[in-house]
Design a binder for this molecule. Structure first.
Ligand code: GRG
Length: 304
């Protein structure tokens, strides 16, 4: 690897660490304190959201915001809102009635720590908080901008987005899916929120460049699917300690994945094709799109 590429990678890594720390502070500042009633619910919300996770969706929002000319401050709340919806989905996904998992982000899942009823309420409250934060954000300068963001986030989380994808997932346990059916499920279950993260970052800017927003949308669709293909590969190929969640869950739950449908090597090939598609969406742009490019590399080359 050339010295220049090494230097760029180090710069990106430093940026990502900064943004992850920034997101932790923003989430901490916007979540109710555990000392405020109802204390156990607030404690459990903080347990589920703070101190873990790669924060890929927040990084995507910051990178898209940077590309479109938004300040970090303008992106803070929209990015945090997406992370709250994501944390909500993980808490519900781990419940006994869904994937029934004990480990998340290297620690006991929320229902293991606080019980099923509290975990259900944590998810509900995190979802509401996400929408509340956008609606009250003073840095989003007009009501149309807020409405647009609320609309994007609602669509991405609902029955035509994440909840819908999860419904298909639950109903297809033990039933082999075709590649097209699997793709449809993942576009909704994982891809929709990743796309929303990028779009919310883009819409955080004061002025909207429609060509840039179109490019980000194409980029996010490809990288969202690539994220899931890599998730399937890691589930089959990595260990529980590295992932911080139970490895081999898909096989155990008898779920169709890109690895079961295509095999490991073709799944890796698909991830690199989707990565190339994401890069192609940025081909008209120069250095201003480099954070997005580095993020695409991180998403497809990650080991956890
Ligand atoms: C949220 C409306 C709504 C309903 C809940 C439970 C559910 C319906 C949806 C599940 C969605 C889900 C858990 C999709 C899996 C996405 C995925 C690959 C999660 C892992 O994301 P990472 O690796 O996790 O970014 P970290 O811990 O790094 O944040």
């Amino acid at each position: 690897m050339s010295a220049q590429i090494n230097e760029q990678k180090a710069d990106f890594n430093a940026w990502a660490v900064d943004m992850q720390a920034r997101m932790e502070k923003v989430l901490d500042a916007h979540m109710p304190l555990a000392s405020v009633s109802p204390m156990r619910l607030h404690e459990a919300m903080r347990y589920s959201t703070l101190g873990g996770g790669k924060r890929v969706r927040a990084l995507l929002a910051y990178a898209a915001g940077d590309f479109c000319g938004a300040t970090l401050e303008q992106v803070d709340v929209p990015a945090a809102s997406v992370e709250l919806i994501h944390a909500f989905s993980l808490v519900h996904d781990d419940l006994p009635c869904m994937d029934d998992d004990d480990l998340r982000r290297g620690k006991p899942t929320t229902h293991r720590q606080y019980g099923d009823a509290m975990a259900l309420l944590v998810g509900d409250a995190l979802q509401s908080l996400a929408f509340q934060l956008i609606s009250q954000d003073k840095l989003l300068n007009n009501a149309t901008q807020k409405l647009q963001m609320l609309h994007i986030l609602a669509l991405a989380s609902g029955s035509r987005g994440m909840a819908g994808g999860q419904a298909i997932d639950i109903e297809s346990i033990g039933i082999p899916l075709t590649r097209a059916e699997l793709e449809h499920m993942h576009i909704q279950k994982t891809g929709a929120l990743i796309r929303a993260a990028a779009l919310l970052g883009a819409y955080s800017a004061d002025n909207h460049d429609e060509e840039k927003i179109k490019a980000i949308d194409h980029f996010a669709k490809s990288i969202g699917l690539a994220f899931q293909v890599v998730d399937d590969i890691l589930d089959a190929d990595a260990d529980t300690h590295t992932l911080g969640k139970t490895a081999g869950k898909d096989k155990l739950n008898n779920k169709s994945t890109y690895v079961t449908i295509l095999g490991l090597s073709a799944a890796k090939q698909l991830a690199s094709e989707l990565h190339a598609n994401a890069m192609a969406a940025l081909s008209f742009y120069g250095r201003e799109a480099d954070l997005l490019r580095h993020l695409a590399n991180f998403i497809t080359q990650r080991s956890f």
